[in-house]
Every structure is written in structure tokens, then in C-alpha cells.
Design a protein around this ligand. Sequence first.
Ligand code: NAP
Length: 226
Amino acid sequence: MAVISERFDDLGRDGAPARLGIMGGTFDPIHIGHLACAEQAREAFGLDGVLFVPAGNPVFKKDRAVTPAGMRLAMCRLAVASNPAFDVSAVEVERGGDTYTVDTLRQLRAHYPGNVELFFITGADAVYHILQWRESAAIADLARLIAVTRPGYALSEERRALIAERGSFSIDHLEVTALAISSSHLRERVAAGRSIRYLTMQSVFDYVREHGLYRSAGPQAAEGGA
Ligand code: NAP
């Protein structure tokens, strides 16, 4: 059977109820806001572990250059290495083609026994568009959805009602202070020659510097990088 996660592949094999968080995102680059989200979701929803799943080819980002998937994956691995409650999965990077969340959740659902409940965690701005995602109704059957927001950001009642009505979705919200930081903010800072130290893990900071990522606002490193 394919390896989903080095740390959590056997989750639920003992038959006891378990909860796995799945952090979906582009992570270009991963930063402390993402890590705080994962930690606070773990705490709030009693998750046994959180799996970061960097999108291989994000479908809604075809209009801009995205850092090669292998590099985003490597930065995620560096960022979570010291936390045994976190891990990274390469499933979306290895699958190739456009990345659809429904495919990932089906793969995870097939891997884990029924006593493992799945929680898909991502930014509220992304969840807001879930009705446009491939097989969005199936997504709601496969996992509980957690939308993380910055302080002051709220999905309007109207939008919530529309989503619930059209797709029988139940979306939990989690406000995370550290989300004032965003990947685009980090990229802009590097392009402007400013520091991102302490906005991401030291290991990621070093990786960005060593590989010369984000120095220009234009296309990132060539496809097929590390
Ligand atoms: P995005 O539009 O880049 O992100 C929207 C907002 O959410 C940004 O502010 C982003 O901040 C934040 N965000 C993204 N991931 C987050 C996370 N895990 N935790 C906290 N905040 C997060 O979204 P995206 O990265 O393209 O997509 C997010 C997820 O939705 C991915 O797993 C993607 O595959 C999935 N998705 C699926 C479909 C589909 O199946 N058709 C379509 C769209 C998205 P940062 O920039 O700082 O991360």
C-alpha cells in the first residue's frame, strides 16, 4: 500500500476512534501562521495528528507562477520536522495533473479505517469558493471542513447559508491570530529585499535563502526543482 504519511500511516489500526487533520494549501512558502493554524485546530478539534498536504498543481493558480511542488514539499517537511503531531504527505505532488481535493480525500479515506475521522483544514478564503470545486458535495461526505480565518474575517451568514443549502456543508470556523501573516506577504517581502526571519521556521528561512526563492516578483525557480 502506498505511503500516505511516515508518521500517521497506522493511525486507527488498533480500532480506537481517531481524528486526522489534513492541512490543504499551496504553502508557497509555509509560514508560522500555517503552523499556528494546525496547532490550534489540533487542540480545538482533539485531532490525533495533522497532515500537511501541499497541492501539486493548484487549479485556481494557473494565472501565476507557483514554486515547483518539490520545493514547497521540502519546505513543509523542514517546517514540521520537530513536531511529532505533524507530518507532510506527498500524495498531491506525486499524483501529477491538476490537484483536486476530492481525489486526495478519497485516497485518504481508502487508506484509513472507518474509525478515523478526517478533518480538512484550509483558509476561509479558499473554502468560500468550495461550490466551484470539483465534486464539492462528495468532499463534504468525506471530511469535516474547518475554515481558518484571520481575526475580523467572517464568512457572511448569507454565504454560509448558500453553501449549506447547495451542498449540505457543515463548515466549522477557527480564528487564528497568527494568520495576519500570509504567503504572498512573505514573497513580497523577499522580493523587496526585506527579511522574513521569524515569520517562518529558521529551516525554511535558510531554504528560501539557499535556493534564491522569491527574489523577483516574477516566475519562481524553473519547473522540476528540488
Ligand atoms: P489560496 O487561495 O491560496 O488561499 C486562500 C487563503 O487561505 C489565503 O489567505 C491563504 O493564506 C489561506 N490558506 C491557504 N491554505 C491554508 C491553510 N492550510 N491554513 C490556513 N490558511 C490557509 O488557497 P490554495 O492554497 O490555493 O487552496 C487551499 C486548499 O484548497 C488546497 O488544499 C487546495 O488544493 C484546495 N482547493 C481545492 C480545489 C478543488 O478541489 N477544485 C480548488 C481550490 C482549492 P496563505 O497564502 O498564507 O497560505
